[in-house]
Design a protein around this ligand. Structure first.
Ligand SMILES: NC(=O)CC[C@H](N)C(=O)O
Length: 309
C-alpha cells in the first residue's frame, strides 16, 4: 500500500520537527535516562505488510502495554472468573491511584490501571513460581510477535523493584482485602518484570495483530483468542487504555489503544492494522505526547477512526 508508506514516512518526518515533546518518566530512574528525541512508528496492515518509520526497530520499555497481553493470558486461564477480582470501567483517575480501592473493597476498576494489572498478574501466577509465570508471559510475547529475541530489560526491572513503593502499597492494600492469592513480593516481582519487557515498534505491532484480525494471527491463521474476546479486549483498551486520558485519546485518535510510561502506544484499527508508536516524552496523564499526535495524524489521513471519517 504505497499511500500508507508515504503517510508513515511523512509522519515520522513531521514528528522529528516537534520541539514540545513532553517529559520522560523519571519515577522509574532507569527510564529517565532515555533520550526524548526518539520517535518510531510501525504499522502492520491487514495483508501482513509492515510500514515503518523513524526508530521503528529500536527496543524500548513497553511498561503498561504489557497489560494488554497479561490480560489476554489471564482471560485464557480464568475466563470470566477474572472479572470477580477486577472491573471493566474507566477509573477517571491516574494509573497508579489508590483512592477508589477503599470504597470498592480492594477490587480495581479495570485491568489497565496498576492495581488492576497487579491483580491480573496475580491470577497468572496462581501458585506457580514467579520465574515460571514470567517465562509464560515472555513466551506468549515471542509467539505473538514471531520473534524469539524479545527479552526483559533487567536494569529497568531492578530500577522499578527498588523504587516501586506505590505499587507495593497498592498490592498490599489489595492483599488486605483478599484480592491477591500469592505472596505480594512474588506478584510484584512478576509485574515489574513484565512491565520491563523491551520491544521495538515493529515487534509490538506484530504482537498486536490478533486484536486487529478477530483474534487470529493473520499470517499463520492461528487462533489466539475467540473473535468475541478480541473485540472485548479492544473495548477495554478504548475505554481504559489511557487512564484518565482515555476520553481524549478516543476523541482525537478514535482507536482502541494502550499506552506505557516508556512512551509507547499500541493501537488497533480493527480489520485494518495493528500500529505501534514510540516517543518517550509523556503528557500530564503519563501517556506519550507525540505518540498520540502521530496516531491522530495517521487515523485522520487513513480514515481509520472507528467512529467514522
Ligand atoms: N503507566 C505505566 O506504564 C505504568 C507501569 C509502571 N511499571 C508502573 O507500575 O508504574
Amino acid at each position: 500500500m504505497p499511500l500508507l508508506d508515504e503517510i508513515v514516512a511523512e509522519i515520522a518526518e513531521e514528528m522529528g520537527s516537534y520541539s514540545e515533546r513532553g517529559e520522560v518518566a523519571s519515577y522509574i530512574p532507569e527510564l529517565a535516562r532515555v533520550d526524548p528525541r526518539h520517535f518510531g512508528i510501525a504499522v502492520i496492515d491487514a495483508d501482513g505488510n509492515a510500514h515503518v518509520g523513524g526508530d521503528a526497530d529500536m527496543p524500548f520499555s513497553i511498561q503498561s502495554i504489557s497489560k494488554v497481553f497479561t490480560l489476554t493470558l489471564a482471560l485464557g486461564k480464568a475466563g470470566d472468573r477474572l472479572w470477580r477480582r477486577v472491573g471493566r470501567e474507566p477509573s477517571g483517575s491516574a494509573f497508579n491511584s489508590i483512592v477508589l480501592l477503599e470504597n470498592e473493597k480492594g477490587i480495581p476498576r479495570n485491568p489497565f490501571i496498576n492495581a488492576g494489572a497487579i491483580a491480573v498478574t496475580d491470577l497468572i501466577l496462581s501458585g506457580h513460581q514467579p520465574r515460571e509465570a514470567l517465562g509464560e508471559i515472555l513466551h506468549f510475547m515471542r509467539f505473538l510477535a514471531d520473534d524469539p529475541s524479545i527479552a526483559i530489560d533487567e536494569a529497568v526491572a531492578a530500577s522499578e523493584q527498588r523504587t516501586g513503593f506505590r505499587n507495593a502499597a497498592l498490592a498490599n492494600y489489595m492483599k488486605s482485602f483478599g484480592v491477591l492469592d500469592n505472596p505480594v513480593d512474588y506478584t510484584l516481582g512478576v509485574y515489574f518484570h513484565h512491565c520491563a519487557i523491551a520491544m521495538s515498534c515493529r515487534q509490538l505491532a506484530m504482537a498486536g495483530r490478533f486484536l486487529a484480525s478477530q483474534g487470529r494471527n493473520p499470517s499463520t491463521g492461528h487462533r489466539v483468542v475467540q473473535p468475541e474476546r478480541a473485540r472485548r479486549i479492544n473495548a477495554i483498551m478504548l475505554t481504559c487504555g489511557h487512564y484518565d486520558g482515555s476520553g481524549e485519546f478516543a476523541y482525537r485518535v478514535g482507536l482502541p489503544g494502550k499506552s506505557g510510561v516508556g512512551g509507547g502506544i499500541l493501537a488497533v484499527a480493527p480489520g485494518k492494522a495493528s500500529i505501534a508508536v514510540w516517543a518517550p516524552g509523556l503528557d500530564a496523564n503519563g501517556n506519550s505526547h507525540l505518540g498520540r499526535i502521530a496516531l491522530e495524524a495517521l487515523t485522520r489521513r487513513m480514515g481509520w477512526s472507528i467512529f467514522g471519517a
